[in-house]
Write a protein of this length. Sequence first.
Length: 367
Amino acid sequence: MALLSPSRRVRRTPFSEGVEAQGIKAYTVYNRMLLPTMFASVEEDYHHLKQAVQVWDVSCERQVQVQGPDALRLIQFLTPRDLGKISPNRCMYVPVTDQGGGMLNDPVLVQAGPETYWISIADSDLLMWVNAVAACNGFDVTVSEPDVSPLGVQGPKSDDLMAQVFGDKVRDLTFFGCDRFKFNGFDFLIARSGYSKQGGFEIYVEGSERGMPLWHALFEAGKPLDVRAGGPNLIERIESGLLSYGNDMTSDNSPLECGLGKFVSASQLGTCFGGRAMREELEAGSAQMIRALEIEGKAVPTCDRAWPLRADGEIVGQVTSATWSPDFATNVAIGMVAATHWNGGRALKVDTPDGPREARVRHGFWN
């Protein structure tokens, strides 16, 4: 594999110094920023994530800040999800769609203050889209990218570590609950969320200068808990059915095709971008949908491009993420499968770089 050449175009993060000291072995680039992906090995990191606690530099989850009297009205215009339950103590997962109902991003929305919202984005240039929609439709808002860098604390011992640094009250946060907690005299916005199914938190670090003091405090407090640096783990995310925007879904796919129908509110389809297309899809049914797949045989090679799925020689979908799972002793995968073939148990064939393999559609993901 070729090396990644560093440059100013690929941005370092407020935590890069700590990441490097922890022995980073691999990065990817996400929102033009470094995202750590491996420290010991993908498999060893996976086992540790399931057993202990990790600190993740996920600064690449950049924030699109929308501030002003029309802030919430603008964001509601961008998503088919009803935002009526958003509050300073509740963040929300909100698919953002274009005029054709295609997925532009799948961010988390946080109310950061009065008339101030952070759209914590996946890997795409949503800032330009939001700014253009605001300017062209006369919304009274300011759209910007603030100096806010999320830091993840993930794993079954995450509550214990967070309580050591922020106090026991942090344990009371429910899933997608959020609140402010004090550290070194500053209130940090913290949500019980994160890109794993092992439990954990995301700390929205306002001000790059606050990054490393918090990093050091977490590692010092976490020594008895076997804390390590980590990052989104390929094996764990596939087992858990956590989709990767730009990989498992793109603007070619609707939220319904991505299995996100519960985040599409019929009441919003008359006013949001792509609402008409999504209403028609709801009435007619989706032609394809994300499904969990099990691929037979030895460990599959790296899935860095879509692998065609076939039935009787005809293409009926594609595999977009796949890897070997040590815990389940099989190749776990995510794919987009035609409606005619997505029922659990259906036998298919997938064209891998090593040749065709038998594959089976599962009823659900592993975790």
